[in-house]
Design a protein. Structure first.
Length: 197
């Protein structure tokens, strides 16, 4: 069953929602900035780009299927990011604020490698504390590691059994921390999984 992030976010109000060539911008939140949106969900990855990156990163099939539906997301005003793929040499068009691209999964794995890069692939992160979410290439489970955890196989701060469970439960958990117009209702520290602290 495909994970559809846009459908999971449908409880939020349509406030100046818009669609660009690269993404869907949902729930305008001018209190955070004139061009700020609560959620940005990127359109499906180009098949040729996805095949190339999936092969290079030894990406689990479940993640490639996810990026084939949506090429990553920036959720809850940047609280949670799910990384996507970029065409080689693709640059951000800074003249168009709605030409956003997802965080590049290749760069994120180079810049913030997981504790064991043969086993884990970094696929997302939480902005509050810089923690990273990794998919285990062996069994498809997901683990949350603190930014800077570099020991081989450190104990994860949090675990999920699958990509689907992580995406659906984290969107459900974070959805109650924001009102329907996109205002955060709690301290920012509560935006990361609480057992991580």
């Amino acid at each position: 069953m495909a994970i559809e992030v846009l459908r999971l976010l449908s409880t939020f109000e349509n406030i100046k929602d818009r669609e660009s060539e690269t993404a869907f911008f949902c729930t305008h939140i001018p209190q955070a900035g004139s061009l700020a949106y609560l959620n940005i969900v990127f359109k499906p990855a180009a098949p040729d780009v996805l095949r190339r990156v999936a092969g290079q990163l030894r990406m689990p099939a479940v993640l490639a299927e996810f990026l084939n539906v949506q090429n990553g997301a920036i959720l809850f005003c940047g609280t949670l990011s799910i990384y996507g793929v970029h065409r080689s040499g693709q640059l951000l068009n800074r003249t168009d604020p709605f030409s956003d691209l997802p965080f590049n999964i290749e760069e994120e794995n180079r810049n913030w490698p997981p504790p064991d890069s043969t086993r884990f692939l970094v696929i997302g992160g939480y902005s509050f504390d810089g923690s990273i979410v990794c998919i285990d290439r062996r069994d498809g489970s997901l683990s949350l590691f603190g930014r800077g955890q570099r020991r081989i196989l450190p104990a994860p701060l949090f675990k999920w059994p699958s990509l689907q469970v992580w995406v659906t439960t984290e969107i459900a958990r974070l959805s109650v921390l924001f009102d329907r117009q996109g205002t955060r209702l709690v301290d920012e520290s509560q935006t990361v999984p609480q057992s991580a602290h």
